[in-house]
Design a protein around this ligand. Structure first.
Ligand code: GDP
Length: 332
């Protein structure tokens, strides 16, 4: 039954001839961030030689006229829309207006310009927090908009849901090829390691590294340590994104994850092992836990033919090696 579903899904997903050739003009809004950097690295490694980028200073994606002028001039063929205002649980709770405003404008401006200037294909990046707070686990794509959202990141999630609906609406009305993927929690090189704004994995990697360096007897972990989270190494995401750009053309969203999750306590224990630190954990329950669990169902992605290759331990080791090489924790 599952095999039949997968086969049907593949047929319905209408794999087109839209495979990017090596000279295709590819635009990556957000190329310096966590996902953008990994995509740049992978596309260059794969031989793509016509990638265009602009820093946020050169092009403010919240400015509709500026985005329109850029698209009119450059006419990119393929767009990986990774630009977004992102942050961890504390940043989302503290700056909800910035999270919804910036993300709505970025998505609306880029998606509309891509349509107006006849882009061949656009891949929009959503997030696993678009699913209901108490969603059945693992979360299937069709559970979108079936329940109330998690309050700590509601503003961000609503903006991302608007981005998905934009893609689907332009496809329906104008026959565009705008696809949308939902990556789970990401980590890796070029992540944000600022302890107030970052997500849990980079935050705990930094805290554990610092505790070891300073011979501190304990590390503080926010919340109870009981929530579950799924983590995907960002270079795997880049690989999956290029795979989808070349192999998927449906209107349904696609989850990207590993299909495996761990508790925050298990995560910090794993980080302790990788870093080589054996101090105590102190759980600060004055900080929020957020959603109890958000494991993605990745059957659709597996049916299309892609699976995440990097284990959590290997991914944390690679991230730590990158941090050390680039002196990210030098002030620790
Ligand atoms: P979320 O996945 O949107 O909830 O965002 P985060 O990645 O920021 O947080 C995930 C979980 O990790 C929450 O339960 C946090 O309370 C917990 N957590 C534990 N320690 C930390 C920390 O130092 N920083 C962050 N951001 N989260 C932490």
């Amino acid at each position: 039954m599952k095999k039949l579903y997968c086969l049907l899904f593949l047929l319905l997903s209408n794999c087109t001839d839209a495979v990017m050739n090596k000279n295709a003009k590819i635009y990556i809004p957000g190329h310096t961030g966590l996902v953008g950097s990994a995509l740049m690295k992978k596309l260059k490694k794969d031989g793509f030689n016509n990638i265009i980028v602009r820093t946020s200073k050169e092009l403010d994606l919240r400015n509709q006229a500026a985005v329109e002028a850029f698209f009119a001039q450059e006419k990119p063929e393929y767009i990986f829309l990774v630009a977004a205002k992102v942050g961890g649980i504390y940043a989302n709770k503290t700056y909800p207006a910035d999270f919804i405003y910036d993300n709505l404008l970025i998505s609306a401006n880029v998606i509309h310009a891509a349509h107006k200037h006849n882009a061949k294909k656009l891949l929009f990046f959503g997030s696993s927090c678009i699913y209901p707070r108490l969603c059945p686990q693992p979360m299937k794509e069709e559970y979108l908009l079936t329940g109330l959202l998690e309050k700590t990141n509601e503003a961000y999630a609503v903006a991302k849901i608007a981005g998905i609906t934009l893609c689907q609406s332009y496809n329906k009305q104008y026959g565009t090829h705008f696809i949308a993927c939902m990556p789970t929690n990401l980590y890796g090189p070029h992540d944000n390691f600022d302890l107030e704004k970052s997500h849990v994995l980079p935050a705990l990697l930094y805290k554990v590294y610092r505790a070891k360096k300073l011979n501190s007897p304990h590390v503080q972990v926010w919340g109870t340590g009981k929530p579950y989270r799924e983590f995907l190494y960002v270079e795997d995401l880049a690989d999956a994104a290029i795979f989808l750009m070349n192999n998927y053309d449906g209107n349904e969203i696609i989850n990207i994850g590993t299909g495996i999750d761990v508790t925050i306590k298990q995560l910090v224990e794993t980080i302790k092992k990788v870093v080589g630190y054996d101090g105590k954990l102190i759980f600060d329950t004055s900080k929020p836990d957020g959603t109890p669990r958000k494991l993605q169902n990745v059957d659709r992605l597996h049916a299309l033919g892609w699976k995440a290759p990097t284990s959590l331990v290997a991914g944390i080791e690679k991230t730590l090696a990158w941090c050390e090489k680039n002196h990210i924790f030098d002030q620790a």
